[in-house]
Design a binder for this molecule. Sequence first.
Ligand code: CO
Length: 158
Amino acid sequence: MSAIRTACEVSPCTAKLISLLVFSRIDHIGIAVADLDAAIAVHEGTYGMRVVHRETLEEQGVEAVLFDVGENHVELLRPLGDDTPVGRFLAKRGPGLHHVAYQVHDISAALSRLREDGVRMIDVAPRTGIRGSRVAFLHPTASGSVLTELVEPATVHR
Ligand code: CO
C-alpha cells in the first residue's frame, strides 16, 4: 500500500499535503533580534553554531545572519529601521520567533499550487532572498498565524 493511500485513510487533509509535495523540508526559522551582536554571541558561544553567511537585504529592510544547524538554518534578522516589517514586529511583539521557512524545489510551481488552493499570499511572485535564493511569504492568516516563507535556494546552497 502506498504512503499516500495509507495517509488517505488517516486523513484526507494529510493525503492532500503529501500528494502536493509543495514543501520539501524546513529551510530555516527566522528570529527577530534588536541586538544582532548579542544574538550572534549566544548562537555561536552558547549554542556552538557557526555563522555561515551575513547579508544586508535592503529590499526587506534587514541585516540577516545565517547559522547552520545540521542541514537547516537559523536566520537572525535585525531591522534596518523602525519603519520596516521586522522593525514593526519588534515594536509590537519584541524579539523572538518571526517566521518559519520551508524549502521548495520550484517556487513558481509551489506558488501556483497554493494560489489554486486559494491560499492567501503576501507575495504573489517570488523575490530575491538571502544568498541569492528566491522567496515568497504566505499571509499569516493562511498558516495558523505563523508567518510562513517559501525558499527556493540558489543551486549552490541546496
Ligand atoms: Co527567512
